[in-house]
Design a protein. Structure first.
Lengths: 189, 189
């Protein structure tokens, strides 16, 4: 953020506004406070009989790796509407959205994943413009080493464990990246 | 949004970028696409024995009305960290955060509420700068007509119903405002 999106002034201050507790970009001319907040990624885990639908990404980041249908919640959408839209866009698939299943905070990248269990209503699916390939996997076929995101691996791992236990429950967690190596260790590497 | 926050250009285009499906503000000079997405409100329902802690708002909107401790999730925070922070700021209270309890999409105002059940660890609480008053209410005392938000009323209603049933479960829902009256009806009113 270099300029005020309200009045166009440059030289934004990064300071704690009066009555606030965190530094914000504040416009020196019109005094607009520019808040920045985490985004929600909404999506689903589509099931057909005992198989799961995955999409192979045709876009960065993680081009070529496998993921569940999911993407940023848009303004004016509910979580369920967003999950349905992403599933349609990425896999041309229709699902009945079931229970909210994993909620994963990613504080380092300012995202919260919210994944629903769902049932495919038919197997007439195929890659959208953001996917190279879409297919059903049974548990033994899941490409664990080729998954795009740790949130997706965690959601799938929970699912197969819960399915074995015969009982699905909500999983709320967070993933905090390991601290980066200090520069002297990096240089030594 | 009147100016590009990246390069300061005015005359932003509101158009659907290539490969996208929704209109975005796009900078005609540096081509930055400015996405706007819903915000998360994270908070909790603090319980002490059979009573609930509520805060009376010292800020707009809904000055003077009662609410549960909750506020916008900040960058670099987990949902639980945000709920703890808001509870400390608004009620100077410490809680053990329990299960995620209500998730409510508010598509008309681009928010998603995420409220956790929690237990006060002590009764040494009091109003923060955003509260006029903080106190414990038993069910019969809840000021239903003086609650600040429908999300708060829904969360409390679910809680008292579930408590009576002896079983708490996650509630995922949305609140969509009634469509506004058409202008001719408004004029007639």
């Amino acid at each position: 953020m270099n300029f005020c999106s309200h009045c166009g002034a440059g030289d934004l201050d990064l300071r704690i506004p009066e009555g606030d507790t965190l530094p914000r970009f504040v416009c020196p001319r019109c005094a607009t406070i520019h808040y920045q907040n985490p985004k929600i990624v909404t999506g689903c885990l589509p099931v057909w009989e005992d198989r799961i639908l995955l999409c192979r990404r045709a876009i960065e980041p993680r081009y070529g790796l496998w993921t569940l249908p999911a993407g940023f919640l848009e303004n004016a959408e509910t979580l369920v509407d967003g999950a349905l839209r992403e599933t349609q866009e990425e896999a041309h698939a229709r699902v009945d959205i079931g229970e909210l299943y994993t909620v994963i905070s990613l504080p380092q990248i300012n995202q919260v994943y919210m994944m629903f269990r769902s049932r495919l209503t038919d197997v007439d699916f195929g890659p959208g413009t953001e996917s190279l390939e879409v297919r059903l996997f049974d548990e033994s076929e899941i490409p664990w080493e080729q998954l795009a995101f740790r949130t997706i691996a965690r959601t799938l791992r929970n699912f197969f464990l819960d399915r074995r236990l015969g009982r699905f429950s909500l999983h709320v967690s967070s993933i905090e990246r390991r601290a980066p190596l200090p520069p002297d260790l990096l240089a030594a590497g």
